[in-house]
Write a protein that binds this ligand. Structure first.
Ligand code: HEC
Ligand code: HEC
Length: 311
């Protein structure tokens, strides 16, 4: 309502008032018009369909008068007449059951949030993680932007890493987490179908064996030799199979799985690779949030929230 210039407000109010008064006058003129009760107007349709010249029934005209009175009372109490706020001061932006016009409350809350964010921006991520009020905001940001992929409990699902454990693809230092969030991540594992199904199955059993999962001993033995001598796995997952955080190559010695621990799932990953651009296997990408959120404080709050999940 306050967006109008005063002149537009007055114009709108005038149109409304003239409309209502016009209705009343019209009603009154109908009431007092001269009727010839019982006589027809002389018109006839469809041969014998005739029109009587009778007034509206009284109860009907009264209903119309009541609507006129109602609209005048309503417009006196509530906003509706141009920029007049109404005598009750009612306002659609009332929160928490409070009455009275709180149009300014929303603007006030936005201002308050902005000043809080300004406070947070220069702070250390570890300090934010220890600040319960900041983490309440961080949790809400996570529920808005992150839970679709990582889950509302941040425990992830196949292809989407669990953010609550101490097993990191890229690293759990606050700065590394912030970097994951700001710039996004997409760890790529190349396809190895050139090895053939037998060797791939042997490698999968070797991976299972180092994670102390049920496996075929003979195949695992062969896979071990392959891992060391033939396949290129070591380049990314390392000689000790503990992965490489620069590449996002997971640790293969623990029993934490990004894509699942069944032999078939592991075979598929080795054969077709993971996250190859345009590849056959799932393409799981961690989006970059820096350019989207454009707000250092929000990025830091998110990083602090993820960091706090591990404390
Ligand atoms: C579209 C799905 C998606 C959304 C939304 C998403 N992520 Fe991710 N995130 C991923 C995937 C997939 C990975 C793993 C990337 C990889 O495998 O290289 C990941 C990785 C990460 C990592 C690195 C984990 C590690 O082990 O090093 C962090 C931290 C992270 N996400 C935090 C967030 C936060 C915070 C948000 C919300 C702002 C978010 N993510 C939103 C899909 C998503
Ligand atoms: C170019 C680097 C690279 C090479 C080479 C590579 N990997 Fe990977 N591997 C990765 C990355 C990165 C991921 C995680 C993919 C993701 O983040 O979605 C991965 C994931 C995996 C996984 C899934 C782990 C889980 O937790 O679900 C297995 C198993 C695996 N690799 C085994 C192998 C084996 C065996 C070889 C050799 C045949 C190999 N990798 C070669 C980079 C590589």
């Amino acid at each position: 309502m306050n967006d109008f210039s005063p002149i537009v407000g007055i114009l709108i109010a005038a149109v409304v008032v003239i409309g209502i008064v016009g209705c009343a006058v019209f009603l009154w003129s109908q009431d007092s018009a001269h009727y010839t009760i019982g006589k027809t107007t002389g018109h006839a349709w469809d041969e014998n369909l005739e029109e009587y010249n009778n007034p509206l029934p009284k109860w009907w005209s009264w209903l119309f008068y009541i609507t006129v009175v109602f609209s005048l009372v309503y417009l006196a109490l509530f906003p509706g007449l141009g920029s007049f706020k109404g005598m009750l001061g009612w306002c659609s932006q009332s929160y928490g059951g409070r009455t009275g016009c709180q149009a300014d409350q929303y603007a006030g809350e936005v201002k308050q949030a902005e000043s809080l964010l300004k406070d947070y921006a220069p702070q250390d991520i570890r300090a934010l993680a220890a600040n319960p009020k900041a983490m309440e905001t961080g949790r809400r940001l996570f529920m808005t932007y992150c839970m679709q992929c990582h889950g509302s409990n941040a425990k992830g699902s196949a292809g989407f890493p669990n953010l609550t454990d101490s097993d990191w693809l890229y690293g759990g230092e606050p700065e590394t987490i912030l970097e994951s969030i700001t710039n996004g991540r997409q760890g790529v594992m190349t396809a190895n179908d050139y090895l053939g199904d037998d060797k791939i199955k042997a490698l999968a059993n070797y991976v299972l064996s180092v994670s102390r999962r049920p496996h075929d001993n003979q195949l695992a033995q062969r896979g071990r030799d392959l891992y060391i001598e033939e396949a290129i796995c070591r380049t990314c997952h390392g000689d000790d199979m503990r992965g490489n955080k620069m590449l996002g190559a997971p640790n293969l010695t623990d029993d934490v799985w990004l894509y699942g621990s069944s032999e078939q799932e592991i075979v598929d990953g080795i054969k077709f690779g993971r996250n190859l651009p345009g590849g056959k296997s799932t393409s799981n990408r961690m989006p970059a949030w820096g350019g989207f959120l454009k707000d250092e404080a929000k990025l830091k709050l998110l990083a602090a929230y993820v960091y706090s999940l591990n404390r």
